[in-house]
Design a protein around this ligand. Structure first.
Ligand code: B12
Ligand code: SF4
Length: 495
């Protein structure tokens, strides 16, 4: 079978690639590796990296004549993914179009229902499903068996059929290494500034799948399952050695949602890196309740230089009862202190506008951000709604999203998005007014956070779609200027 897999061009993330943030598409590389092992002919087209237009994409499809055209999707780039599927069906009507990735997985029915050019959605973990699908379509299975494959949704006689979920792969060491050779690795500019070492070449790596927790905004426990499956430390370190030797990589960004779900395994990975004296640095995301100082020290010794963790909200009620984060503020304070002592850059995530969050409670978040403004990197977001999450359900119950909301349509009114800030994804606005949200975000930026207002203006203007958008941006601009004047910091500069 000939299978052509695409990352769509453009979209929220690709448009922001500047200083070293373009990276290989891990999901497609895993699928590519599995299908290549099965003897299929695989092409991966990073249309984002190559900035391909529709004409070039059609050309590549007609040249390769794939039996299957696969497209990855996140909610931010969903419209680009849909467009690519339409291009594919038009270019090669005989080819089967398949979509996977977090967006299609979490909104399979909605996507199939609105994109008639799409034949199949592969939901969630796709290595096994794609292997079986290719076997089936190659003629090794009868139609009935193909149509009963676990993990796919498809259209039959005009109806959408969601087959049962696929059982997650238990032993994820058994999945072949991502097929890096299928992409022009050297064209990615993925790099990180490691203190004292300069900008070093980096790569993304995933060492576990799934999450046992259930934060209301997050798709991971549903998409990857709540049982965490982990690669063995030996398997991980072998891949690191391969990446160092083959691609000259110096920094690993562990893409795991939570690198320390098993603190014991995290110790063992670091022990192995140290035993093998690997000349490598790493960064990762952790949960703050699963780390202690000895583990952090071990991670530092093994190369950790940057550590991300979510507190999400300063108020305990919001953080634990509403978000479901279940972490203690004391653990946060300790972790920041240890990071400072060990010279690890702490990067904390905060979100404003949780369901029922009051202005008073939002101040508790702001107080923490301001307390640590010279000590942590604070990543701040307004709460966004993603498909399939508990938050999406709440949003529909509370009328933040209409009950007949579809992810496949661009809304000009009713739905509030900030495409210039985080893609065309609906915001969850509840008790905090728009002016209050703007005030919180700008108070942070004025006290040292990174938002370059001037740089954002052209994108903001490009994304104004309605009078309501214009009003929102006007409130934003007014709030910003009011705060700047109040703090005496001038309009467009920090000082
Ligand atoms: C690392 C990571 C990042 C990195 C890199 C992102 C990137 N573009 O690669 C950074 C930190 C930059 C980032 C940023 C953001 N991220 Co992020 N991120 C992740 C994370 C933890 C891992 C991604 C990954 O590489 N997974 C490993 C690979 C193997 O998985 P995969 O790509 O999903 O592919 C598998 C399947 O989906 C499927 N598949 C994928 N494509 C295709 C295509 C076909 C044809 C088929 C058949 C199958 C298939 O097969 C693969 C193998 O099983 C995921 C959570 C997760 N556990 O996946 C969140 C996740 C993707 N991010 C998420 C979000 C919300 C964001 C941000 C918006 C956060 C923010 N507030 O800014 C931004 C947006 C960036 C963007 N649009 O890409 C959400 C996306 C939800 C959604 N519905 O789209 C996720 C799912 C986490 C969550 N909270 O729910 N992220
Ligand atoms: S935010 Fe992190 S801890 Fe919470 S459910 Fe998602 S992956 Fe798990």
């Amino acid at each position: 079978m000939r299978v052509q897999l695409f990352v769509p061009p453009g979209g929220y993330f690709a448009e922001r690639w500047t200083k070293g943030s373009s990276m290989p598409p891990l999901g497609l590389l895993y699928i590519g590796a599995v299908l290549e092992k099965e003897g299929h002919d695989i092409r991966i087209v990073p249309a984002d990296l190559w900035k391909l237009n529709g004409h070039r994409i059609t050309g590549l499809m007609k040249e390769f004549k794939p039996d299957i055209i696969g497209v990855t999707s996140t909610t931010e780039n969903r419209f680009q993914s849909f467009k690519l599927i339409r291009i594919a069906k038009k270019a090669l009507p005989e080819s089967i179009t398949v979509m996977g990735g977090p967006h299609a997985s979490m909104a399979a029915e909605d996507t199939l229902g609105h994109i008639p050019e799409l034949d199949i959605v592969v939901r969630g973990e796709a290595e096994e499903t794609m292997r079986e699908l290719c076997r089936g379509l190659e003629g090794k299975m009868d139609l009935r068996r193909i149509q009963s494959l676990a993990g796919i949704s498809f259209r039959k006689n005009g109806e959408i059929v969601p087959n049962p979920d696929r059982t997650p792969i238990k032993d994820i060491d058994s999945i072949p290494r991502p097929a890096y050779h299928l992409v022009p690795f050297e064209q990615y500019n993925f790099r990180f500034e490691v203190p004292g070492k300069g900008m070093l070449p980096a790569v993304n790596m995933m060492t576990s799948r799934g999450c046992p927790f259930k934060c209301n905004f997050c798709a991971t426990p549903i998409n990857w399952g709540r049982t965490v499956r982990m690669r063995s430390p030996r398997n991980i370190v072998e891949e690191i050695e391969f990446l160092i030797h083959k691609y000259g990589v110096r920094v690993i960004f562990f893409f795991d949602d939570t690198f320390n779900t098993s603190p014991r395994r995290a110790h063992r990975i670091c022990d192995l890196i140290l035993e093998k004296k690997l000349d490598v640095f790493f960064k990762c995301d952790i949960r703050i309740d699963l780390i202690d100082k000895p583990l952090l020290l071990k991670m530092k010794q093994a190369g950790l230089f940057h550590l991300s963790f979510g507190l999400e909200a300063g108020s305990e009620r919001v953080r634990n009862e509403i978000v479901g984060k279940n972490v203690d503020i004391e653990d946060f304070h300790n972790l920041v202190r240890w990071c400072r002592e060990l010279e690890i850059i702490p990067n904390a995530f905060f979100i404003f506008s949780h369901p029922t969050e009051t202005w008073q409670e939002a101040q508790e978040t702001m107080d923490i951000i301001e307390k640590y403004k010279d000590q942590i990197e604070a990543s701040i977001a307004i709460l966004h709604i993603y498909p399939g999450t508990p938050l999406e359900k709440t949003a529909k119950e509370m009328g933040v999203l209409p009950r007949d909301f579809t992810w496949a349509k661009k809304y000009r009114s009713k739905i509030i998005t900030l495409p210039a800030a985080q893609g065309d994804v609906p915001l969850y606005l509840d008790k905090l007014s728009w002016t209050q949200i703007c005030e919180l975000i700008f108070r942070w930026s004025i006290s040292g956070g990174k938002i370059s207002i001037l740089r954002k203006i052209p994108r903001v203007l490009k994304n104004i779609r309605s009078g309501a958008d214009l009003k929102r941006y006007a409130v934003m601009a007014f709030t910003y200027m009011r705060l700047k004047i109040k703090t005496g910091t001038g309009c467009f500069s920090r000082n």
